[in-house]
Design a protein around this ligand. Sequence first.
Ligand code: ADP
Length: 305
Amino acid sequence: MKQVRIKSPGTVANLVCGFDILGMALNEPYDIMEVKLLDEPKVIIHNRDNYNLPTEPEKNVAGVVFLSVMEKVGGTVGFEVTIEKHIKPGSGIGSSAASAAGAAVAANHLLGNIFSSDEVVQFAMNGEKLASGVKHADNIAPCILGGVTLIRSIHPLDIIHLASPDLFVTVVHPQIEVRTSDARQILRQQVLLKDAIKQWGNIAGLVTGFMKNDLDLIGRSLEDVIIEPIRSILIPGFHEVKTNCKEAGALGGGISGSGPSIFMLSKEEKTAKAIESVMKDVYNKIGIDYNTYVTTINKKGVEIL
Ligand code: ADP
């Protein structure tokens, strides 16, 4: 029987000034998936975790991806998947993208890698559409390719894989719910020209910083004058976390995805760990439960084990 076991990483989308266009893969947390190729056209889903995610293929992002692959290849193939999820759904660290990207990569592997990398991203995007209502690739692309990715365009798909520096990433996930739909709805549809100029200067600076491995330029460019001032309202403690983390030596950071997780980049592991303590102090004081991760940028993306 053909089967594959994969590791699918968490991701940070909406990389500060790179709303909807820049994403980055993490070495932790990650999901494990085992996928079997079936010789009949059906999808079977087993969840090996406590998140109570749906097992009906049409309601699970992995299922939707398998169905879209089956529609494309036709014939009598199907897939059985066991998902061991460690990335909490709704955390803002790409839980749905890990399942969608993992399913797309595993299906392609089992079918003999008949699809291009762009096609694999397209299949995975069908899953993201189920989770958030819109097709977007800023979690999917880094999840599949690893490192930092720029989604220059969705129609047509144009993904640029950027060099990623050896930075440390500290993430805090306060255990509150921020609905992706709410986080989108509160955004203003228009921006001031002066803010747009600032934002595109920062995006260009951030991309250049990644490509030239210029860590101070990355730090200076981690500024978002359009989305963060609005979205941060939904995350208690956000400003305190950001200010205190920067004082503790973080290069910078911001909201991960549409929140509630917050991430910070650092040059050194000891700074990343000090930042974790700073984040814990803020949420201990406010009285909100949390999870934290101290990790690095994942350069491999979805991995076949
Ligand atoms: P995140 O940014 O952490 O991925 P999302 O809001 O994008 O959070 O996705 C989580 C939503 O997707 C939840 O409503 C969840 O029920 C749904 N979902 C369906 N299938 C899956 C899956 N396999 N993994 C994670 N979330 C899933």
